[in-house]
Design a binder for this molecule. Structure first.
Ligand SMILES: Nc1nc2c(ncn2[C@@H]2O[C@H](COP(=O)(O)OP(=O)(O)O)[C@@H](O)[C@H]2O)c(=O)[nH]1
Ligand SMILES: [Mg+2]
Length: 293
């Protein structure tokens, strides 16, 4: 059989389960997941390899109306996901009514490439509601194949994967067969730390944070990492560190545990906090953090 390979790009509203699905496909925690919207800021590639196929999944930020430069750049990642896709995976969740952007929605309904519409979180629904939802989406996106799934419980995930393999074009692989993603190790360190911040701080704090890993030294038995947590204002710095440094300590301990799992090695993680005034609105800073396409 000829080798198949292609780009399968996952798009949809914030919080519908896109990152959960990609991690389920890849079998690794490449994308961070929280119950907060805008957890995913970048386009993240997850590669699934078989003897005669290579699927290049892209997890993307949820679609929003951008309010500041960072969000505009996040939407550029979504735009690019339409451009190189061989298959579009459009994810909606039970109870959802419409995509948050009409132009993106038109791109889906006018798509010349196959569209799989995944109706996610059916574990939270009953049969009657589910059937009504399937009918609703069949009318809204007539060009799509609809699959009710639960990304969290793995229900129907394998079936979707098999269909993707069927639809993939014939092509040689794009990446070496032992590669899992196109992002460097430091990216996953930054993301693990950012995930803990999303989990433990309220309101706008997580959205004002960026993480940069300054040092990564691998020794025989341990990896020594130093990362800086960047905030926009002095007051945010105090909040991140917390009374007697306890809040920051918790972030460090939890991120370290995840990273030890990810790298399969003991980790020493040093964290500190720095003010980087209004980085979210500064083109140069955004570029430095990898938000330029
Ligand atoms: N009940 C249920 N929750 C889910 C399912 N898939 C994802 N979630 C939850 O929905 C939230 C958002 O998931 P995430 O993958 O970050 O969504 P994204 O913003 O689209 O990437 C998290 O709390 C997930 O645990 C599902 O199939 N069922
Ligand atoms: Mg996500």
């Amino acid at each position: 059989m000829a080798h198949k390979a292609g780009f399968v790009n996952i798009i949809g509203n914030p919080n519908v389960g896109k990152s959960t699905l990609m991690n389920a496909f890849v079998g690794e925690k490449l994308s961070i997941i929280t119950s907060k919207a805008q957890t995913t800021r970048h386009r993240i590639l997850g590669i699934v390899n078989g003897d005669d196929f290579q699927v290049l999944f892209s997890d993307t930020p949820g679609i929003i109306k951008p309010a500041y430069e960072l969000q505009a750049s996040m939407m550029d990642f979504v735009k690019s996901a339409f451009e190189d896709a061989d298959i579009l995976v459009y994810m909606v969740e039970i109870g959802e009514q419409a995509l948050k952007d009409d132009a993106f929605f038109k791109k889906i309904t006018n798509s010349k490439i196959p569209v799989l519409l995944l109706l996610n979180k059916i574990d939270t629904s009953d049969q009657q509601k589910l059937e009504a939802q399937v009918q609703l989406w069949a009318e809204k996106v007539p060009n799509a194949e609809i699959y009710p799934i639960s990304a969290l419980e793995g229900f129907q995930v394998k079936e979707v994967f098999n269909r993707i393999i069927e639809l993939l074009p014939e092509s040689p692989p794009f990446y070496p067969k032992d590669q899992l993603t196109d992002k460097p190790e430091r990216f996953f360190i930054n993301e693990s730390i950012r995930e803990k911040i999303l989990l433990h701080y309220k309101k706008e704090i997580p959205y004002a944070v960026e993480v940069e890993t300054e040092a990564f030294h691998e020794e025989d038995n341990i990896i020594r990492i130093r990362s800086v947590i960047m905030v926009e204002r002095e007051t945010q710095k105090g909040i991140i560190i917390g009374h007697k440094g306890n809040a920051l300590k918790r972030v460090g301990v939890e991120a370290r545990k995840d990273l030890e799992k990810f790298f399969g090695k003991q980790i020493h993680l040093e964290l500190y906090v720095k003010v980087n005034k209004n980085w979210r609105s500064n083109q140069n800073q955004l570029k430095r953090f990898g938000y330029n396409n």
